[in-house]
Design a protein around this ligand. Structure first.
Ligand code: MLT
Length: 304
C-alpha cells in the first residue's frame, strides 16, 4: 500500500493519532500531506499542497475550514457529527443550572468570606442573596435539532421542563431519537414566545449569522435566559448587550468568549469547553481517523 502522509494540527487526542493503521505516517508539515486532522485551528489562510485529498475536522463545526476553496481544489472535508454531542449536552445542562442557581456567585462568596469566623452566621444572608429558581416546570426552546439539540431536548424533558423544538431541516434520525414529549414548533416565533430558556444548536452559516438579533429578542419572553453553545457569530452582540442591560434577557450563558461578551452584565462566559472531555476528544479523533483512512484507502466518503 502506498504510504499515506497525515498532518495533524492541534493536539487531537492520542488515541486518534495512534489509531492509524500501518501504511500511514504522521508528518510535521502540511507540505506532503495527503490528509489533515484538525480540531479548532483556523485553516482559512493556509495554503494547501497539490497532493492534499482530505481534511477531517474532529468536531461538528467546520467554520475553521475554507470550504469553498476545498471544493474548488477537490479536497474532501469531513466532520464528526454526534461524536462530542453528549459532552456538549452535559455542559448545556450545566449552563442552565448555572443560570437558574447562582452557583458561580455562591462559590465566589465563600472564597471572599472564607476567613470570616462568623461565616456560618452570614451564610443566612448568602442564602437569600443567591436564591434561584427550579428548572422543573419552566419551558425550554431548542433551536436546531441535530445530535446535540436532540440530546438537550430529551434531557430537559427528564428534568420536568416543557420543551419546544424547532428545526426546519429535521433529519429522520433526529425525528426518530427525539422524545415524543418535545413539542414540534412550526415557526421559530412560537419558540421565542413560549420559552423561559432558549438554547441554540445550529451551524454557523451566512444565513444564521446574527440570528439572535434585536428583532428576535423582542419576540422573546421578558427575562428569557439564552444559551449559546453553538457559535458566537449567531448572536448580534450589540443587541444582546442592550437586552441584558434592560433585563429583557436575564442571563446569557455562552461557550464562546469574545471581548464584548466577557464583560456583559449577567453573562456567564466559558472558554469553549463543550467538547473538552476525554470522551469527546477520543470519540472525535477516532471518527476523524477512520474517515480519513476509509477515504484515502477506498475512496469512501462517510458521515459517521
Ligand atoms: C465542535 O464544533 O464540535 C467544537 O468546536 C469542537 C471542539 O471544541 O473542538
Amino acid at each position: 500500500m502506498k504510504d499515506r502522509k497525515i498532518f495533524c494540527l492541534n493536539n487531537i487526542a492520542k488515541i486518534g493519532t495512534d489509531g492509524f493503521r500501518s501504511g500511514y505516517t504522521l508528518i510535521d508539515s502540511i507540505d506532503e500531506a495527503a490528509g489533515v486532522l484538525v480540531r479548532s485551528a483556523d485553516m482559512k489562510e493556509m495554503s494547501f499542497p497539490a497532493g492534499l485529498r482530505a481534511i477531517a475536522r474532529a468536531g461538528a463545526g467546520v467554520n475553521n475550514i475554507p470550504l469553498d476553496r476545498c471544493a474548488e481544489e477537490g479536497i474532501v472535508v469531513f466532520n464528526t457529527p454526534g461524536a462530542n454531542a453528549n459532552s456538549v449536552k452535559e455542559l448545556v445542562l450545566c449552563g442552565m443550572f448555572l443560570a437558574s442557581r447562582d452557583i458561580a456567585g455562591g462559590i465566589n462568596w465563600v472564597r471572599e468570606n472564607a476567613d470570616d469566623e462568623n461565616i456560618a452566621k452570614t451564610t443566612e444572608k448568602a442564602k437569600k442573596a443567591f436564591a434561584g429558581t427550579e428548572l422543573k416546570g419552566k419551558t425550554l426552546g431548542v433551536i436546531g435539532l441535530g445530535a446535540i439539540g436532540v440530546l438537550v431536548a430529551n434531557a430537559a424533558i427528564s428534568l420536568g421542563m416543557k420543551v419546544y423544538g424547532f428545526d426546519p431541516y429535521l433529519s429522520v434520525n433526529s425525528a426518530w431519537n427525539l422524545s415524543p414529549m418535545v413539542i414540534h414548533a412550526e415557526k421559530i416565533e412560537e419558540v421565542y414566545a413560549a420559552s423561559d430558556y432558549i438554547t441554540i444548536h445550529v451551524p454557523a452559516t451566512a444565513s444564521t449569522k446574527g440570528m439572535i438579533s434585536a428583532e428576535a429578542i423582542a419576540q422573546m419572553k421578558n427575562g428569557v435566559v439564552l444559551l449559546n453553545f453553538a457559535r458566537d457569530t449567531l448572536v448580534d452582540e450589540k443587541a444582546l448587550a442592550s437586552a441584558l442591560e434592560a433585563g429583557m434577557v436575564k442571563r446569557y450563558v455562552s461557550d464562546f468568549p469574545t471581548p464584548a461578551s466577557a464583560h456583559m452584565k449577567n453573562a456567564i462566559v466559558i472558554p469553549h469547553l463543550g467538547a473538552s472531555t476525554e470522551e469527546a476528544e477520543d470519540n472525535c479523533a477516532v471518527m476523524a481517523v477512520k474517515q480519513l483512512q476509509d477515504y484515502l484507502d477506498n475512496g469512501n466518503i462517510r458521515n459517521s
